[in-house]
Design a protein around this ligand. Structure first.
Ligand code: NAG
Length: 421
């Protein structure tokens, strides 16, 4: 896209944002996919591509010297290049404080950031301006790859983390996410590792055409709020071939997410794949067109879950397919929970869930209720199909069971546990 065109789009974008008053209410916009039909599996230097090595800008790979200025200068050189360009982070450990990789860039898209070594986060929380460590913002065409590692050094921060799960409104201060994609169109994040983030591993919001491939995200089972990949207000997000071992959701998909696919992913430990929680904010945009296929879940707290808050705000979740999922010792394999975080006298949720398919879901459950579908009595679930479900209790002492409220599931093929009558 020409520079002037880009600026135009950007200005329109800001006009929109200020008009609606809050970033999260912007409707995600579909854009042409610049990587369509291209082989993105291998990273090749493009003809004439310039390499800006952070070491040439003074970065010292000892894990102790602050490399922020060197990274900023290297990034400016890369982003402002008028020729094809990439930023290179070679072998070694580079201490980098909170930094914005901000566009738009003048280099022909895509701009590449190749991380071979390890980028290490500072431990002092006062060094983080906002809710992220590394922010990638306002770019059309970016590749982040190289086999390297983002080390969030989160251990200390987990001890003092607020538990954002129990707090329904936006008052909870989250620990910074390691990698935050904001207003990125056409992004590939491929073959990188994230370990011990303070907050989420990867955050994707207000983005279009994002591919997240061959990632390895790792944090201890006990680490709080360390979601693997968190997606909101985005269209066309493809998550494939990832291994996610973490303390919170493997993948969480919330309001304004459209056309999200999750293929060939291993989850566990963690809290499983979650749509929601929804109905938490005013004027939430719908979640629509979600495909989750060939996922293996081992020892997760939940498997496949759609969760909405009772009695707060309206919302919609529809056109969702979970298929070919294996579960091993998962505590709550299939869940629709419209009374999220509510134990008694729950007011009905105002979120409508419809057109959901669970197909070929096999393996073991660690608790007796393998299928737990509790919908809203104001907006009962519509057209929810369960097809070929085979989930037995890990300790085969008794059969597994189902529970239903405000839903008439459509059953096809095998049902273990037996469907609700
Ligand atoms: C399912 O995903 C696993 C990786 O998680 C992969 O090895 C396997 O080939 C995939 N199967 C199919 C049918 O795509």
């Amino acid at each position: 896209m020409a520079m002037t065109e880009r600026l135009g789009v950007l200005i329109m974008y800001f006009a929109l944002v200020s008009h609606v008053g809050a970033v999260r209410k912007v409707m995600p916009v579909a854009v042409p996919d610049i990587f369509k039909n291209k082989n993105v599996a291998h990273d090749k230097l493009l003809p004439g591509e310039k390499i800006y090595n952070v070491r040439s800008f003074g970065a010292i790979p000892d894990g102790k010297s602050d490399c922020t200025e060197a990274f900023m200068n290297a990034w400016r050189a890369t982003c402002d290049s008028t020729e094809q360009a990439r930023l290179l982070v070679p072998e070694g450990r580079f201490l980098l404080s909170s930094m914005f990789f901000a566009g738009p860039c003048s280099t022909p898209e895509p701009v590449t950031i190749q991380v071979v070594g390890t980028i290490v986060a500072p431990t002092d929380l006062s060094e983080y301006v906002d809710s992220e460590w590394l922010l990638f913002e306002d770019m059309d065409g970016i590749k982040l790859l190289g086999g390297g590692t983002f080390d969030g050094v989160g251990m200390e921060s987990w001890l003092t983390a607020s538990n954002c799960v129990d707090i329904p409104f936006g008052t909870c201060i989250r620990n910074p996410a390691s990698i935050y994609f904001h207003r990125i169109k056409n992004g590939i994040i491929q073959n990188i590792k994230s370990i011990n983030p303070k907050g989420f591993h990867i955050f994707v919001t207000n983005c279009a055409n994002i591919r997240l491939r061959r990632l390895k995200l790792t944090a201890p089972n006990e680490s709080p709020n360390t979601d693997g990949i968190h997606i909101s207000h985005s269209i066309g997000v493809r998550v494939a071939k990832n291994t996610i071992e973490t303390g919170d959701d493997c993948i969480s998909i919330i309001h304004g997410s459209h056309q999200v696919s999750v293929y060939n992913v291993n989850c566990g430990p963690g809290h499983g794949i979650s749509i929601g929680s929804l109905g938490k904010y005013e004027e939430e945009l719908e979640v629509k067109g979600i495909r989750v296929r060939n996922v293996s879940m081992v020892g997760t707290q939940n498997g496949l879950r759609i969760k909405t808050w009772p009695d707060l705000f309206p919302g919609h979740a529809s056109d969702i397919i979970f298929s070919d999922i294996t579960m091993q010792n998962v505590r709550n394999p299939i869940v629709i929970d419209q009374e999220y975080q509510c134990s008694s006298n729950c007011e009905a949720s105002l979120v409508q869930i419809k057109n959901v398919i669970f197909s070929n879901i096999k393996g073991t459950t660690a608790t007796p209720i393998a299928v737990n579908l509790r919908c809203s009595n104001k907006f009962p679930c519509e057209s929810i199909q369960l097809e070929n479900i085979d989930l037995s209790l890990s300790l085969k002492s008794k059969p597994s069971g189902s529970r239903c409220a405000n839903i008439k599931p459509i059953y096809k093929g095998m049902q273990n546990p037996q469907g609700c009558l």
